[in-house]
Design a protein around this ligand. Structure first.
Ligand code: UDP
Ligand code: MG
Length: 349
């Protein structure tokens, strides 16, 4: 195992003989799970390393939990984490990473859009000293023109205004060293825009390009509204630039207002003041009213974020964990709740 990883933290998980953990978030992925499992295990067994497969069921409503339990009882390399409900991909990833024991952790989508065959290449980069191996999409087969274009422009915008450099065209497909995992666990915010968090921690990063495949089976869990929401979350989680923009435009509007007033008053003094100007008055009121409401809404967005952070709720709740085919004693895990790891176990029965 990587000596650096071994020495870095006194708190190395007990299972640290595991060299690689592969974290897979699953939400209603019944159609693809068997294929995904087969392709991943083929790659992993060929590598001849100790590995574990962390399958996180994000409150699926189809046959996914059953399929995961079935696999976990057959294959001792599987750690199955069942969340108490659907918490969303970002929370599912957090759960997976926190339950992973490997010296290196690979995050991969269940739908095989990220080819598992690239894992050996990622491991090589890690062995050569990278703490983060970031996979950049050279192409995105099977995605609509609109999705590709909007993703492209979103990353450009985000990078221009955000506090950290979030590499363009990268997804959640990546490898994290144990050091990077510990770093990530210190970021205990509830609003988890993972791509931003990954970028925030820094550390030596290697970028590998790959061709993104179409989904192997099943349907995407994102609609445009969901993606728009994620994009907005990304921006407001990593930048206060919108607030500054609003302040700037407020300043500009006030300045224009002063100039306009000066002009109106001068005109009234020189030419008298017949009753007119209704259209200009109305347009000013509606425009300014709109801008004000928009600004208040934006402020509210940041305030709302603070509200959620202040609640200090856990990012996710675990219903059950299967390790080596056996259910982990949840009550013990519940009592061992650590303040660093924000995982919490629901009190059962
Ligand atoms: N996913 C999840 N929880 C959710 C939505 C999605 O765990 O609430 C998982 C999903 O099962 C898949 C990955 O996140 O493994 C990516 O989802 P999807 O393929 O639908 O997104 P896309 O590739 O279209 O961006
Ligand atoms: Mg996908």
């Amino acid at each position: 195992m990587n000596a650096l990883v071994e020495n870095w933290h006194p708190d190395i998980p007990q299972d640290s003989h595991i060299e690689l953990s592969v974290v897979v978030p699953l939400y209603n992925e019944h159609e693809v799970i068997t294929l995904m499992y087969q392709r991943l295990t083929t790659v992993l067994t060929e590598l001849a390393i100790t590995y574990e497969l962390v399958l996180v069921d994000d409150g699926s409503r189809d046959g996914t939990p059953n399929a995961i339990s079935h696999l976990a009882r057959q294959d001792p390399n599987i750690t199955a984490v069942f969340l108490s409900r659907n918490f969303g991909k970002e929370a599912a990833l957090t759960a997976g990473i926190e339950h992973a024991a490997g010296a290196a952790v690979v995050i991969i989508d269940a739908d095989l859009q990220d080819p598992p065959e690239l894992i050996p290449q990622m491991l090589d980069a890690w062995r050569n000293g990278a703490d983060v191996v970031c996979m950049r999409r050279r192409s995105r087969a099977g995605e609509t023109w609109l999705k590709r274009a909007s993703a492209h422009h979103f990353y450009r915008l985000l990078n221009t205004i955000s506090d950290v450099e979030i590499p363009a065209d990268t997804g959640d497909f990546r490898l994290l060293s144990r050091k990077a995992v510990y770093a990530l666990q210190q970021l205990n915010e509830r609003n988890r825009y993972m791509k931003g968090l990954f970028a925030w921690i820094g550390l030596p990063t290697t970028v590998i390009e790959y061709d993104r495949m179409p989904r192997a089976a099943g349907i995407t869990k994102w609609d445009y509204l969901g993606l728009l929401n994620l994009a907005f979350q990304g921006i407001t989680s990593f930048s206060t630039a919108p607030l500054r923009f609003v302040m700037g435009s407020g300043l500009l509007t006030a300045l224009l207002g002063v100039l306009f007033t000066l002009w109106i008053v001068t005109k009234a003094l020189l030419l008298g003041d017949p009753v007119q100007g209704y259209p200009s008055l109305i347009s000013m009121i509606t425009i300014l009213g709109g801008v004000q409401l928009l600004s208040i809404g934006l402020l509210g967005e940041y305030l709302g974020k603070t509200y959620y952070e202040a609640k200090q709720r856990p990012v996710y709740l675990v219903r059950d964990v299967l390790k080596r085919g056996k259910s982990v004693d949840n009550m013990t895990a519940y009592k061992n709740f650590s303040s660093i790891k924000k995982e919490t176990y629901a009190p059962f029965r």
